[in-house]
Design a binder for this molecule. Structure first.
Ligand code: FAD
Length: 395
């Protein structure tokens, strides 16, 4: 495939922007179509391990990201009410020494802004806003993306990076009906200035307990605390990042939990508590056709219980670029990309789901027993963080 081939990307989220930057850097011509009227991300955290941050170094933005990120010394798994530490993952120098790239905890808006700036530095007019993809057609040697306002955009390849409700996926693989997991995720951020000095010693923590778990970590050099808490909930709610719920519901959900969890809830802005339904989606029979393919949540939505959804989108972007770069027939390059990514993403989705069972065990003894059988640090280092999408062998 020629370097000047034209790639169309639907969606300027973390996956779409990473793909745009990787492809532009590789010499492709890229146009990105984003439904939103302005570029941005929600006010929450995102963790990126070495398997994703290798790509950020490749794009030349790793140090800029590191400067706005927080690098935790460790993530501790703790019991919900006593705070007893069950296990720890070492994530600071240790992670970077082992895997060759850092573990970063970032504000999504910072990550997105820096990625978008990199894309725009490579091609100033690459990103088109207020451009909603509705479908596409493949014709002859190309593909045409259809937009809601009637415009049509022609290119050589279409990448659907348009997230869990992907329009490209709908056409490519059919409707993928969500199945509610029974879990909903609360999210909020709190300025660290509201806590006593050295709150939680700057460590990340995953608090596990009956029917619930809570993830706590720091952002922006440790000045902001990110709180995500997953609770089992019978009632179906919308899968939306921007749905607010009453603070009192959050407070009641964590009745009986550790005082540190309540210190966070008490310090939260009362009208800034969001809750999102967590769904699972059926595996797609295929991600690719002759001229179109999917990356990120559009291809393989996941529960967030390994903090790898965006990292998988980043990996996809790097591997897809490598497959296209090798030239030759486009349909074969897309099939090769899909083959290279299926087992890896399938395992991440399955293990994320399995963590739901582990994190929500009913008794303290059951939690102690289950964690005693595991070595999370070694397990994740061996297969999850050790993957480098820039060098991994392609089938
Ligand atoms: C509570 C929670 C915590 C998480 N924590 C982590 C974490 O720590 N680490 C991690 O790696 N992942 C995490 N994730 C997962 C991560 O948020 C997603 O996997 C990631 O955002 C997927 O990126 P994406 O680019 O594929 O999709 P999205 O981020 O959804 O981006 C899709 C983009 O496409 C646009 N779009 C949608 N439809 C159209 C259309 N029809 N036309 C044009 N544009 C369109 C959207 O506006 C958006 O900009 C978490 C998820 C949740 C729910």
């Amino acid at each position: 495939m020629g370097g000047q081939s034209r790639i169309i990307i639907a969606g300027a989220g973390l996956g779409g922007l990473t793909a745009a930057a990787c492809l532009l850097l590789a010499g492709f011509d890229v146009e990105v179509y984003e439904q939103a009227g302005e570029l941005g991300e929600i006010g929450a955290g995102v963790q990126q391990s070495a398997n994703a941050t290798h790509v950020m170094r490749h794009l030349g933005i790793l140090e800029e990201l590191r400067a706005v990120a927080y690098q935790p010394p460790v993530t501790e798994f703790r019991i919900y009410n006593t705070g007893e530490v069950l296990q720890a993952l070492s994530l600071a120098e240790n992670h970077e020494q082992r895997h060759g790239a850092p573990y970063l905890q970032m504000h999504r808006a910072d990550f997105h802004r820096i990625l978008a700036a990199r894309v725009q530095a490579l091609k100033p007019d690459a990103i088109h806003l207020s451009a909603t993809a509705t479908g596409y057609r493949e014709q002859g040697e190309g593909v045409v993306l259809q937009l809601a306002d009637g415009r049509e955009v022609a290119g050589d390849v279409l990448i659907g990076a348009d997230g869990i409700k992907s329009a490209v996926r709908r056409q490519l693989a059919g409707e993928a009906a969500p199945d509610y997991t029974g879990d909903a995720a609360w999210r909020l951020t709190v300025p660290v200035a509201r806590f006593p000095p050295d709150f939680l010693e700057g460590k990340s923590s995953i608090w596990v307990g009956p029917d619930k778990h809570a993830v706590v970590y720091f952002l922006r050099g440790g000045s902001l605390l990110n709180f995500v808490a997953c609770v089992e909930l019978d009632e179906w709610i919308e899968e939306s990042w921007t749905l607010k719920r009453p603070w009192a519901e959050l407070k009641a959900d964590f009745d009986g939990w550790h005082p540190d969890i309540h210190a966070i809830i008490d310090a939260a802005d009362r009208d800034e508590c969001y809750r999102w339904a967590l769904n699972i989606y059926p595996d797609l029979a295929r991600w690719s056709s002759q001229r179109a393919t999917l990356i990120g949540d559009a291809a393989h939505p996941t529960l967030p219980y390994l903090a790898q959804g965006a990292a998988m989108a980043v990996e996809d972007a790097a591997v897809l670029t490598r497959c296209l770069q090798e030239g030759g027939d486009i349909a074969r390059a897309l099939a090769r990309y899909e083959a290279a990514r299926r087992a890896r993403t399938g395992r991440i989705v399955a293990e994320s789901r399995a963590n739901r069972g582990l994190f929500h065990l009913e008794t303290i003894q059951a939690l102690r027993d289950a964690f005693a059988k595991r070595d999370m640090d070694r397990e994740r280092s061996d297969w999850l963080y050790a993957y480098d999408p820039l060098t991994v062998e392609l089938a």
